[in-house]
Design a protein around this ligand. Structure first.
Ligand code: JFZ
Length: 505
């Protein structure tokens, strides 16, 4: 009998044990996947999360043609000009000999970024063409061999850091200038067969051997950047979709650890490495690789579900798809300060940062349109940045008039679509003690002038939710830029609700 009981217990344990394991999701054991579930909680990452707004700068020798050559205009992204077909590779690769940005003034750029309200910036140390804006000792294709000779990266890091703006360095894995760099066999070859194990990025053995020198070169340059610019906060990688790089999961993973060891707190986005199955950004188990999601390039998420609980930023161009300087901005729609502020609030309301890209010209000037945008965003931020820095998704449900952000008990309603009846409707959450209490608006004030807002009597829908309307006063009805109403909620007893409503009218 005892044996039978023991047997039954064992069977029960086994069955429930395996059911439990299944419920936990069949996670694959990965050697080079994500090392963490959920977000980083250290102070460096906490600081990054609170930036709200950043600036991206794409600068390099592509600013010389600025999208045009011999009277012809490229519709390609200006920083891809080498591939535009309008210039020979040879001609492009000699442009650096003319790179002489006499008006470059890192301090002026940094001041402008601070006035705009940016809390971090990302700077292209080296784009796909391989030209280095710092005097790298591992190649001759650098700023040191131009008439300019300045250490541009060094000046940027110092100037921005002095303005209180954290610097992250953009680094392209793809490097067309290095003899060991092989355009790994097209990734579609892998995508067609979906057979990662047998995917071979190189056509020949010697390509694969030469690639070793490229890997060493890349490692040397990254170590050099961290050694020479210890003030930086993070690395923003690009071009890691290259098939050869994606096949190097172990090597790249080790390199990442080496860089992190060198620079405690270093922030690396999800665009650096793939796991051993060639999965980028998120690994084969769906977990985010490295510290924040870089997938929302020029494409904001629409909901918190899309964000999946991760940290993220969205880098955004001002024209449609131009990162580097393009002389001709008539090629596409050019975003307005209003558009960019709206994108920033959308990002902030979904726990992300918006990063606005600037592309200075070959003289080192920031174009007039970008200067105007920086100034207008800055003017707005001076009044409303409370709704931007250190905020997160609000417990209040989004409404059609705009976006809602929150910091502790302070809730910020940023109104973009001003309702024609001049009433900003707020749907209030149920009180925690639902039976006896109701939630009401305690305080409401317009950030633009500090004036308290008038609240109209509450309505209640069939599901028992309460709605209150905030009245847009006459002096704000003609306001064309978005404005912010800061509110606080409180819970009062149902009995007091009548008195509260009475006080509103
Ligand atoms: C890359 C670069 O090729 C481009 O020149 C620019 O530097 C940009 C910031 O990054 O372009 C990309 C990279 C990834 C996507 C789109 C464009 N993507 O994931 O959709």
């Amino acid at each position: 009998m005892k044996r039978i009981i023991l047997f039954v217990i064992l069977v029960t344990l086994t069955v429930f044990g395996s059911l439990y394991a299944q419920q936990q999701g069949n996670t694959i054991q990965l050697k080079h996947g994500a090392y963490r579930k959920g977000v980083r909680t250290d102070s460096e990452m906490q600081r990054w999360r609170e930036h709200g707004l950043g600036q991206f700068i794409h600068w390099g020798v592509y600013a010389i043609p600025g999208g045009q050559w011999n009277g012809k205009t490229s519709t390609y992204a200006a920083e891809w000009f080498r591939s535009s077909g309008l210039i020979s590779k040879e001609e492009y690769d000699n442009l650096y000999k003319q790179f002489n940005p006499l008006n470059f003034d890192a301090k002026a750029w940094a001041k402008q970024a601070r006035h705009m309200g940016a809390r971090y910036m990302i700077f292209t140390t080296k784009h796909h063409d391989g030209f280095c804006l710092w005097p790298s000792k591992y190649t001759d294709y650098t700023i040191a061999n131009t008439p300019c000779k300045k250490d541009i990266v060094g000046e940027i890091v110092d100037a921005y850091t002095a303005e209180g703006i954290d610097v992250h360095l953009y680094f392209s894995i793809i490097d067309w200038s290095h003899p060991g760099y092989q355009v790994g066999a097209p990734k579609d070859e892998f995508l067609r067969n979906n057979d990662w194990e047998n995917y071979r990025p190189f056509k020949t053995e010697s390509d694969s051997i030469r690639y070793q020198s490229f890997k060493e070169f890349t490692r040397n340059q990254l170590i050099e950047l961290l050694t020479d610019y210890p003030k930086i906060k993070g690395l923003w990688f690009d071009g890691s979709w290259d098939g050869a790089w994606m096949k190097e999961a172990e090597w790249v993973d080790n390199l990442g650890m080496e860089l992190r060891d060198m620079h405690p707190g270093l922030i690396i986005g999800s665009r650096f490495r793939a796991d051993e199955n060639g999965k980028r950004h998120v690994d084969s188990n769906g977990d985010l690789i490295d510290d924040y999601d870089q997938r929302f390039e020029r494409n904001l998420p629409k909901s918190l579900e899309e964000v999946g609980g991760n940290d993220w930023d969205c880098v955004m161009t001002i024209p449609e798809n131009q990162w580097g300087y393009h002389r001709d901005w008539s090629l596409s729609y050019v975003k307005t300060p209003y558009d960019l502020i709206e994108m920033m609030m959308q990002a902030n309301a979904l726990n992300g940062n918006l990063v606005v890209n600037f592309g200075p010209d070959d003289k080192g000037n920031i174009r007039q349109e970008e200067t105007d945008i920086a100034r207008e965003i800055g003017n707005w931020m001076r009044v409303n940045s409370e709704a931007v820095y250190g905020v997160h998704n609000s417990t209040l449900e989004k409404q059609d008039w705009g976006y809602i952000t929150q910091r502790d008990e302070d809730i910020y309603l940023t109104v973009f679509n001003k309702p024609m009846n001049n009433l900003v409707r707020v749907k209030l959450p149920r009180a925690k003690n639902n039976k006896e209490d109701v939630t009401v608006i305690d305080k409401a004030v317009f950030l633009i002038n500090g004036e308290p807002a008038r609240i109209k009597e509450g309505l209640r829908d069939k599901a028992g939710y309460e709605y209150y309307d905030i009245v847009i006063p006459e002096n704000l009805q003609k306001q064309t830029m978005p404005f912010v109403i800061k509110i606080n909620l409180k819970e009062i007893s149902r009995g007091d609700r009548a008195a509260y409503q009475q006080a509103l009218t």
